[in-house]
Design a protein around this ligand. Structure first.
Ligand SMILES: Cc1cc2nc3c(=O)[nH]c(=O)nc-3n(C[C@H](O)[C@H](O)[C@H](O)COP(=O)(O)OP(=O)(O)OC[C@H]3O[C@@H](n4cnc5c(N)ncnc54)[C@H](O)[C@@H]3O)c2cc1C
Length: 278
């Protein structure tokens, strides 16, 4: 199928982009890499009257590093992260994850902001960035506000953005050199969206033990204090005390009634933990 006819605008400023989104005479939609929106347009799952292309906004292409972490503009592509063309404060986590997204053609155009705004529960960045404690910077063209990445959506594919609001960038805290990180996803074949995914960060220098479970029928489950999966706050090396029964309880609480599906999510989490322990 082909999309319905639409107009196209390439605003020169955030304020202009936001004003276009607020037009009440038609439905306007942002387009960044178009890798998720394009198929939705072609299938006519969305029929906007105007596409607002934000890839020319210099602010959204910024990438900086400082002592506490890094900042990525929303329109930085997966490929630019993969290729190390932007600074990295995560000890190589971001490039590794970027390289595992889809196929190179998708990564060349797909953006980190578009991926978060699309709010696909099986997306890589919506699982990985909350595990790193990342925070979104949002703007409605005038005011800016910050929001934890994990707080962006309460339902799949429904980002909680206000009228005229867009993601302008993501602030990602630095990962300490002695931190342990593990990420694992299960896909039917490479390049496809995951059926189960889990990210684990243990960063004792920052007093952080975080777990995120993705590819659920809901937005990723973010445990900012994941002690419950590791026998509580017993100190030492928590990743070596993974409690599979506690993980199963959690998955049941998340509404996964099918024992085979729970097993898949549990094993994926266990493999992420094994990678962190390696
Ligand atoms: C074949 C294929 C395989 C894929 N596999 C994976 C995979 O394995 N893992 C994975 O994570 N993803 C995967 N994807 C999705 C891909 O990563 C997309 O690039 C990403 O989801 C969307 O980024 P985009 O820049 O293309 O956004 P677009 O498609 O341009 O936009 C997506 C949505 O976000 C909105 N939007 C875009 N930018 C902003 C912004 N700055 N602020 C607010 N709203 C915004 C748009 O209005 C739209 O609703 C796959 C896609 C394809 C086509």
């Amino acid at each position: 199928m082909k999309p319905v006819a639409f107009d196209y605008a390439r605003p020169a400023s955030l304020a202009e982009a936001s004003a276009l989104l607020r037009r009440d005479d038609l439905e306007a939609r942002l387009i960044a890499g178009g890798q998720s929106l394009g198929p939705m347009l072609n299938l006519r799952l969305t029929q906007p009257g105007l596409l607002v292309d934000i890839t020319g906004l210099a602010d959204l292409l910024a990438a900086e590093r400082d002592a506490d972490g890094m900042y990525l503009g929303a329109c930085v592509t997966h490929a630019n992260i993969e290729d190390g063309r932007v600074p990295d404060a995560t000890g190589g986590i971001l490039p590794q994850v970027a390289a595992s997204i889809a196929y190179r053609a998708v990564r060349n155009r797909g953006t980190v902001g578009g991926s978060l705004a699309h709010a696909d529960p099986s997306g890589d960045w919506p699982c990985v960035l909350p595990a790193l404690g990342a925070v979104l910077r949002l703007s409605d063209g005038g005011n800016t506000r910050e929001l934890a990445v994990g707080g962006l959506s309460s339902a799949p594919f429904e980002p909680a953005l206000g009228p005229g609001e867009l993601i302008i960038g993501i602030r990602i805290p630095a990962v300490s050199p002695d931190a342990r990180w593990g990420y694992y996803k299960h896909c039917r074949k490479p390049g496809e969206l995951a059926e189960a995914m889990a990210a684990v960060l243990w960063d004792p220098a920052r007093d952080t033990l975080r777990v995120v479970l993705g590819a659920l029928d809901a937005p990723p489950c973010v445990l900012d204090d994941a002690g419950q999966l590791f026998g509580g706050d017993a100190g030492g090396a928590p990743l070596q005390r993974f409690d599979a029964a506690a993980a199963d309880d959690l998955l049941q609480e998340l509404g996964i009634a099918d024992p085979i599906a729970r097993q898949m999510h549990r094993v994926v989490l266990q493999r992420a933990i094994q990678r962190a322990n390696a």
